[in-house]
Ligand binder design. Structure first.
Ligand code: UDP
Length: 153
């Protein structure tokens, strides 16, 4: 079972709607460990780096406007298979189609304004983490809960 890191953004709507605590609480209760966290405003340059695969798509101008519209919270979590675990907790891109119990399914109705970004592969997680964090901004620490929430199977 691979211990992975995933890069999460709590998007401007999560900050504006005061849902950051709720979402971080879900990640923590699941057992994921916070190893990096900061608040920032995404610039157009940062947005284009982050969403490089979407820059040429028709929806990109509106996505750029949204993601740069206010502060976000960037988080790195660590845990067993953290990438797919976070993706499952997020739900589908479109909040209207996302299952109840997921973050987007419980709190969102939009395909664009959808609260949270989570890396879609370990490779993307490494690339995206390097966009938002310097290596020294990530912390390594052990926790007495590790053996309870990260058992070997
Ligand atoms: N997005 C959008 N319109 C679309 C598809 C995506 O505005 O038709 C936005 C939405 O905010 C989404 C982000 O672009 O979260 C990245 O799209 P992706 O397909 O990677 O979705 P995700 O991995 O975030 O579910």
């Amino acid at each position: 079972m691979a211990l992975e890191k995933s890069l999460i953004l709590l998007k401007p709507d999560a900050v504006q709607r005061r849902l950051c605590g709720e979402i971080i609480s879900r990640l923590e209760k699941k057992g994921l460990k916070l190893v990096g966290m900061k608040m920032l405003v995404v610039t157009k340059e940062l947005a284009a780096k982050h969403y490089e695969e979407h820059v040429e798509k028709p929806f990109y101008p509106l996505l750029e406007e949204f993601i740069t519209s206010g502060p976000v919270v960037a988080i790195v979590v660590q845990g067993p298979e953290a990438v797919s675990v976070v993706r499952g907790m997020m739900g589908k891109t479109n909040g209207r189609e996302s299952a109840p119990g997921t973050i987007r399914g419980d709190f969102g109705l939009s395909r664009q304004v959808n609260l949270i970004h989570g890396s879609d592969s370990p490779e993307a997680a490494a690339r995206e983490t390097a966009i938002y964090f310097q290596p020294e901004e990530l912390v390594e620490y052990s926790s007495s809960l590790d053996s309870w929430v990260c058992a070997s199977d």
